[in-house]
Design a protein around this ligand. Structure first.
Ligand SMILES: C[S@@+](CC[C@H](N)C(=O)[O-])C[C@H]1O[C@@H](n2cnc3c(N)ncnc32)[C@H](O)[C@@H]1O
Length: 237
């Protein structure tokens, strides 16, 4: 289903996350051997919130990254188009003081330059139009603010790549299917990674979308990456 395009892909993705929402956090913990929270915290740190700032977490899901940002930033908004994912994270959001809004990453419901920083975790891979999604995040962040993306990526290290493929294409769909009840969702996951740009290509895309100093840090033997870029300060263009 990762081959679907445009609105058909968005519809498929939204329904899929609606179906697995209640088991999403549990499956993340199992599939990553508990590592995913470490990567999410690192993504939030990369966004470098400081006291007094406003942050947006796009494709916020059950809201872990938004919660991490809210430890420092006083106003954090999470946006997602899956009502069930938003509902599944409601208790965490309340505890962290995060505001959650239903909305599409391809048309963020905020004016230009609204936030000091924007994050997206394990979301970009699911969005059919990467250029529009990145440009939207760049639009709503203020000049000089950062856009940060945490995402799965294809490892390029010889030896790791075939192991990752075996694990992701064969073990994850089986465990994911059993835990979440949706085998299709966890067959879609490795397909979506295969179709996603590699880390270098994603860095280039950040630059093409107008973000300055795009760079990334590979994690977990290059199977995960955090990308970032800065919106040009006013008057720099
Ligand atoms: C894999 S989950 C990631 C959730 C969370 N960010 C995390 O780190 O665990 C992907 C999320 O992206 C959301 N999503 C996918 N496409 C979206 C879009 N076009 N607009 C808004 N949310 C979207 C899904 O509903 C889902 O909650």
């Amino acid at each position: 289903m990762a081959h679907l395009r445009g609105e058909a892909r968005s519809r498929y993705v939204r329904r899929m996350f609606d179906r697995i929402a209640d088991r999403y956090d549990l499956m993340n913990a199992i599939m990553t051997f508990g590592q995913y929270r470490r990567w999410q915290r690192k993504a939030a740190e990369t966004a470098a919130p400081i006291v007094g700032e406003r942050f947006l977490d796009v494709a916020t899901g059950t809201g872990d990254i938004a919660g991490d940002l809210a430890r420092v930033a006083p106003l954090v908004v999470g946006v997602d188009f899956s009502r069930h994912m938003l509902r599944a994270g409601i208790a965490k959001a309340k505890a962290a003081g995060v505001v959650r809004i239903e909305g599409d990453a391809l048309a963020l419901p905020f004016p230009d330059n609204t936030f000091d920083g924007v994050t997206i975790g394990f979301g970009l891979r699911n969005i059919p139009d990467l250029r529009t999604a990145i440009s939207e995040m760049a639009r709503v962040v203020r000049p000089g603010g950062r856009v940060v993306c945490l995402e799965l990526t294809r490892p390029l290290i010889p030896g790791i790549a075939p192991l990752f493929r075996l694990y992701f294409h064969h073990v994850v769909p089986l465990i994911g299917g059993l835990v979440s009840g949706s085998f299709a969702a966890y067959r879609y996951l490795p397909q979506s990674v295969d179709r996603f740009p590699d880390a270098e290509a994603l860095r280039a895309l950040f630059a093409e979308c107008g973000l300055l100093f795009p760079d990334y840090e590979p994690l977990n033997f290059g199977t995960v990456a955090i990308h970032w870029g800065t919106k040009p300060p006013e008057g720099s263009g």
